[in-house]
Design a protein around this ligand. Structure first.
Ligand SMILES: [Fe+2]
Length: 410
């Protein structure tokens, strides 16, 4: 977990994972220049100067309340609906409004890479939002989030208070509200540029104004839960007639004298047996792991101009350079003398005799045709080519075009 290690240094990753992850907030001070290459005020100015920017990608908060879009958007015959009006935004910023920009990883390449690296480390979905507030301005009221949060202070200062959860491990629909008061406060800290504050899911927190304008990013990690596992299991159980069969007509007619309906009890017993049988089946954890890895997608799905190259006419050579996404998880499994590979939403099957070759390929992110030959010396070049082609057409292996020799007829 090298990327996580860099984010939270000097705190050791093992200590963070054992003592803090999902359990307890922690403030990790860092040198002022720690995130200077990640984001800056200049990056923010360029971001919000984009004339295609629309609400709700950019939102404004004033006095702890989200402002209605009509106060800072405009209708333009040549632009998108809900286009941001820079003049109105500037006026509201001067009045003390806080900027909230959701999904920064979708619009800024270096933040996409940052989020993708952390997503790779955690094996969970990662997203980045941006918050910027003027001196003495408080953004959102006391609340908790339904995902893990790393506050990354880019510039300025902000004080934070963190309190114990009152509903541990809330799910997306478990919103924090006024009739759901916070637990005991256990951390109070001043975040300066270069600092990190990790806040577990469900822990109440609020940012308190200081005398400096503040720019911070939040890296959110949406961890999978037992409910996620159950949703996968539901899809799996749909294959079973037992689970697709009708419920008995236990609720027909007059129901006020229900004292245990034998047909209903027998139906529930059948479902229970089926469920326990499925949960106890050998390889369940492998099946779930394979499914989870299969959900992983390359955050950079294109490799233009590779898409325009005709694979049939592409002469792969031993000098050809290949690459593979360094953000993508892979699961390699031996199944009935075959090698089953799950990567990037694809399931590929190879002969059992090339297992070592497949494992070598997926341990590298850059390699050549010669490397491919070296991994399995018994293979002829034509056999290596036929192993590579399905990986290339699936978009899992990219051909570095400048090294590709096209056939003269093409
Ligand atoms: Fe939050």
């Amino acid at each position: 977990m090298d990327n996580l290690a860099r984010l939270i240094e000097p705190l050791p990753t093992s200590e963070f994972l054992s003592d803090y992850w999902t359990r307890c907030a922690i403030h990790v001070p860092g040198p002022i220049e720690k995130f200077s290459g990640l984001y800056s005020w200049q990056d923010l100015n360029e971001l919000i100067s984009d004339r295609r920017l629309t609400y709700p990608r950019l939102r404004l908060v004033l006095n702890k309340e989200l402002l209605p879009a009509s106060l800072f958007t405009k209708r333009s015959p040549h632009g998108p609906d809900n286009a941001i009006d820079p003049r109105k935004v500037s006026n509201l910023l001067r009045s003390g409004a806080t900027i909230v920009y959701d999904g920064l990883h979708d619009s800024t390449p270096k933040i996409r890479e940052f989020a993708s690296l952390l997503q790779f480390d955690f094996g969970e979905y990662a997203h980045v939002n941006l918050y910027c507030s003027r001196p003495e301005a408080q953004g959102f009221d006391l609340h908790y989030d339904a995902h893990e949060v790393f506050l990354i202070q880019i510039a300025g200062k902000k004080e934070w208070r963190v309190s114990e959860p009152t509903r541990p491990f809330p799910l997306d629909f478990d919103k924090s509200g006024k009739n759901n008061p916070p637990g005991k406060q256990y951390l109070r800290c001043l975040l300066s540029a270069g600092d990190i504050l990790y806040i577990p899911r469900g822990h109440w927190h609020e940012g308190i104004a200081t005398g400096e304008a503040s720019l911070h990013l939040t890296l959110g990690i949406n961890g999978s839960t037992g409910m996620s596992f159950l949703r996968w299991l539901m899809d799996d159980l749909m294959m079973s007639e037992v689970w697709r069969a009708n419920r008995p007509l236990a609720f027909s007619g007059d129901t006020k004298d229900f004292r245990g309906h034998s047909e209903l009890e027998s139906w529930i017993a059948t479902l229970r047996t089926s469920l326990l049988e499925r949960l106890g089946r050998l390889g369940l954890s492998h099946d779930y792991f394979e499914y989870s890895i299969g959900q992983d997608r390359n955050p950079y799905p294109y490799s233009l101009p590779n898409e325009y190259a005709s694979l049939e006419n592409m002469a792969l050579a031993q000098e050809t350079k290949f690459s593979r996404s360094r953000f993508q998880k892979v699961f390699i499994r031996d199944v009935q003398n075959k090698i089953r590979v799950t990567v990037g939403g694809s399931h590929l099957v190879f002969g059992g005799n090339v297992g070592a070759w497949v494992r070598c390929l997926f341990s590298e992110t850059e390699f050549t045709g010669s490397d491919c030959l070296m991994w399995e010396p018994q293979l002829e070049w034509s056999q290596v080519e036929s192993l590579l082609r399905p990986l290339i057409t699936s978009g899992i292996v990219h051909v570095e075009t400048q090294k590709v020799v096209e056939n003269s007829e093409s």
